[in-house]
Design a binder for this molecule. Structure first.
Ligand code: FAD
Ligand code: AMP
Length: 474
């Protein structure tokens, strides 16, 4: 007879593993099916985020930032050092160690919470049965009252530059180079292209980023995106907008890319090429035809606002369903679904999901952009404050960028907050909490901010909404 669980989760990334832990905490007998094999050839939990996404990219961003600072960032402080050098293998090794500690930590949490990790590939069958094909090929069928699909996403490959894992790589490849490429090409100026372009630029590569669309970071607030683009260009990141890659040719050691822009056709030759043109849901073969699971035309599993699929007792969360492909979005959906399954109230506020890009300066936002609100005809008041007028940012020698807060012109409710600047990833969280609590700009104005902190720029931007900033001319 098939083993039965209250809940079987397919996928052990930040959406699936968090859902599994929360289900177990709520007293549900839970299993998580995960097929990942890591670079040591061992099964691993944590999905894209821990193995080849959020965490390894942040580890390399941190390391490369230190190297860059040693070379270019310390003269202003009166500090000079001898020639800096970089040991790429050691840097990559440090990243792998962090990944291994964190993924091992999830396995420990599964044990402590009594979540069964079923190692192998899961497939939804009819009637909430799940077929698990182990790494040794053995097939087992388990059944559950509830199945949560958290299959995640994979990089999109393009015909114009098909990945070969040698010269042309996806984000996983660009997190594992063994030496700094002299000429590094990036297709796509999205979050991943900008972050990994920054890593290798800081380590000494000449980087060119080709972006098909004319607008830089079209999803971000236009004023912030413009500010960020100016900073990146100042750093020597060669970002070419309106540049669509149409083809590529290779020799043994280099790849030549053809692209078109408004001035015609061009070619560029690189030692390594990263294709970062987006990700698609990893739903191929996720369900047997007999299960009748509905996917949309782009392969995302169709769900309602509460992550219910078309099948009773079958839920889907994270990158394989609609919404931003962000780890914390998937994790919160996982918690919400676990609460629903346990008969509790589930909560997920899609209007307050923070976005972060870990470039230097960092870019982070929550809520709506100025252009969205204007397009919707919402009357707004806008406050901005430059880090150039913030004491802490000055002391840090990181005074580029600004905070921008948008409030409703009549109700004063904060509708969006946008930051380009130092530690924007951390600063945005105050504004996420404010929006979650339905704060007004006045609430932020009346909140005492420690001095000297970067957070004072948030306070001043809130004051600026009503033209009462103190450290700038309104
Ligand atoms: P995934 O993390 O993709 O996990 C899905 C898991 O399901 C995988 O482990 C997969 O092996 C498993 N799986 C799939 N199908 C099956 C099956 N049939 N049977 C068994 N197992 C299966 N997001 C952020 O929020 N912040 C960041 O800074 C950030 N940086 C990123 C940097 C890079 C380079 C990349 C590539 C992504 C980054 N992301 C970031 C995005 C983030 O990684 C994803 O949004 C997040 O991992 C999605 O979580 P998930 O659980 O839905 O899917
Ligand atoms: P994201 O989805 O945020 O990772 O961003 C991917 C980016 O890649 C988008 O901004 C796309 O416009 C861009 N892109 C997609 N195809 C091409 C192409 N052939 N040439 C250049 N840029 C592309």
């Amino acid at each position: 007879m098939a083993k039965t669980y209250d809940v079987v989760v397919i996928g052990g990334g930040p959406a699936g593993y968090v859902a599994a832990i929360r289900c177990a905490q709520l007293g549900l007998a839970t299993a998580c099916v995960e097929k990942w094999i890591n670079i040591e050839g061992k099964p691993a939990l944590g999905g894209t985020c821990l193995n080849v996404g959020c965490i390894p990219s942040k580890a390399l961003l941190e390391s490369s930032e230190h190297y860059h600072k040693l070379q270019h960032g310390l003269e202003a402080h009166g500090i000079s050092v001898g020639e800096a050098s970089v040991d790429v293998a050691k840097m990559i090794g440090r990243k792998e160690q962090i990944v291994s500690q964190l993924t091992g930590g999830i396995a420990q949490l599964f044990k402590a919470n009594k979540v069964d990790w079923l190692q192998g590939r899961g497939k939804l069958l009819a009637e909430r049965q799940v077929e698990v094909t182990g790494h040794d090929g053995a097939v087992e069928v388990v059944e559950a009252d509830n199945v949560i699909i958290a299959a995640g996403s994979v990089p999109i490959d393009i015909g114009a530059a098909p990945k070969d894992d040698k010269l042309i790589v996806d984000s996983t490849g660009a997190l594992a180079f063994t030496e700094v490429p002299k000429r590094f090409g990036v297709i796509g100026a999205g979050v991943i292209g900008l972050e990994l372009g920054s890593v290798w630029k800081r380590l000494g590569a000449e980087v060119v980023i080709l972006e098909a669309v004319e607008d830089f970071l079209a999803a971000a607030d236009h004023q912030i995106a413009k500010d960020a683009l100016r900073q990146f260009q100042k750093q020597g990141l060669d970002i070419r907008l309106g540049a669509r890659v149409t083809g590529s040719t290779k020799t043994d050691t280099e790849v030549t890319v053809q692209y078109t822009d408004k001035n015609g056709n061009h070619e560029l030759t690189f030692d390594k090429l990263l294709v970062s043109v987006g990700r698609r849901p990893a739903t191929d073969g996720i369900a047997d035809a007999a299960a009748d699971l509905v996917l949309n035309e782009r392969g995302f599993i169709h769900v309602d606002d509460e992550c219910r699929t078309n099948l009773p007792g079958v839920w889907a969360i994270g990158d394989c369903v609609r919404g931003p492909m962000l780890a914390h979005k998937g994790s919160e959906e996982g918690i919400m679904v676990a609460e629903f399954i346990a008969g509790n109230h589930g909560h997920m506020n899609y209007d307050t999901i923070p976005w972060v890009i870990y470039t230097q300066p960092e870019i982070a936002w929550v809520g709506k952009t100025e252009q969205q609100l204007k397009h919707e005809g919402v009357p707004v008041k806008i406050g901005t404050f430059p880090f150039a007028a913030n004491g802490r940012a000055k002391a840090m020698d990181a005074a580029a960028g600004m905070v921008k807060i948008i409030a409703h012109a009549e109700t004063d409710r904060v509708l969006g907050a946008h930051i380009c600047g130092p530690m924007a990833s951390e600063l945005i969280q105050e504004l996420v909490v404010a929006m979650e609590f339905g704060a007004s700009a006045e609430d932020l104005q009346m909140t005492i901010h420690g001095h000297p902190t970067l957070a004072e720029a948030v306070h001043e931007a809130a004051l600026s909404v009503d033209k009462r900033a103190l450290h700038r001319v309104n």
